[in-house]
Design a protein around this ligand. Structure first.
Ligand code: ZN
Length: 332
């Protein structure tokens, strides 16, 4: 994921990763390969840049990168020749990208004490590409450190995992995400808090939700749904229009479905008296109360299944507007 946001000079919101990496850099026991592992959008890429800066900064301040020397400036603006950043080309990092990386690494670093190659989202990497990386991972050239990022699900091949020092990353505290977002986007506290909760502690996802306006779309859908009587819906025009509109969302439609699922989950948590801290749909509080009066727990569970069915159809490339229409009427 690339982002236009400025990269902070220190690793923020991830105390465990920050401690482990500071210890690693401070003791000069630097591993030759790290795997930054955790959910999407919680700062793994920024942490890799900050770590590269910590290792190469010309004028460390209290053991941390200064953020303003020429080396830091190049790194934080994405212009350092010895910071190599590889992102999936389409769905995954391909074997051709690994070959190019190996070629680039066969030359010595241009100016860095520690060249860093960042390979993002290695959980998407196929076996062929992964195998081609193994030897480099085990014995990278002198002065080169590989940093891989990946999610916490099971998609990372054991052969990769066993060759890396794993640095765990976690969902960010909602307050941290909200404060960062409020500062970056100049939005109000309430809106920032709602976005942070809906993104479940992923700053990257919160930024996407802000940009896409999906929370507002979700609210309109739910408001509309709750206006109808399930038994005999009348004047269905607005619902049809919403289905049309949602169908036109294209690549963000699955994200909208995710948000609807999050809301259903929150209703279930509330229905069974679960902890309020888990609530990700805080922007929907009054609507959620009327939804809970309308639907019983079994009703809610049934709606999860309806949503899953709609997602399945979406992945089979069925007509999006039609999928939304069927879903919205079924949810009533
Ligand atoms: Zn510096």
């Amino acid at each position: 994921m690339s982002s236009a946001q400025p990269v902070p000079a220190i690793i923020s919101g991830q105390p465990k990763a920050a401690t482990l990496l500071a210890r690693s850099a401070g003791s000069d026991k630097i591993a030759h390969a790290y795997l930054f592992r955790g959910p999407d959008g919680v700062g793994k890429r920024d942490a890799a840049i900050a770590f590269a800066a910590r290792l190469n900064c010309d004028t460390l301040e209290n053991g941390a990168a200064c953020g303003h020397c020429p080396t830091c400036r190049k790194l934080f603006s994405g212009n350092h020749p010895d910071f190599i950043h590889i992102e999936p080309d389409g769905a995954a990092i391909k074997i051709g990208q690994i070959r190019e990386l190996k070629k680039a690494l066969s030359f010595p670093p241009l100016e860095a004490r520690h060249r860093v190659a960042l390979l993002a989202d290695v959980h998407t990497m196929r076996r062929e590409a992964a195998n081609s990386l193994l030897k480099t991972l085990e014995e990278p050239p002198a002065d080169t450190i590989l940093i891989l990022t990946g999610d916490e699900a099971g998609g990372i091949l054991p052969t990769i995992l066993s060759r890396c020092q794993v640095i765990p990353f976690f969902a960010l505290p909602y307050g941290h995400v909200a404060a960062t977002l409020a500062r970056e986007e100049e939005i109000g506290e309430d809106e920032a808090a709602a976005l942070a909760a809906a993104a479940e502690g992923s700053l990257g996802r919160a930024r996407m939700l802000h940009k896409s306006g999906l929370l507002a779309q979700r609210r309109t859908i739910i408001e509309t749904l709750l206006k109808y009587s399930a038994a005999a819906p009348k004047g269905v025009e607005p619902l049809l229009n919403l289905a049309e509109e949602s169908g036109a969302l294209k690549e963000t439609l699955p994200e909208l479905f995710d948000l609807l699922r999050l809301w259903l989950r929150d209703l279930v948590i509330t229905a069974i008296g679960g902890p309020a801290a888990l609530i990700g749909s805080r922007d929907l509080q009054p609507l959620s109360a009327s939804a809970l009066q309308r639907w019983s727990l079994p009703d809610l569970i049934e709606r999860f299944d309806l949503l899953a069915e709609a997602e399945k159809q979406l992945s089979r490339n069925c007509n999006r507007a039609l999928v939304c229409e069927v879903l919205f009427f079924a949810l009533l």
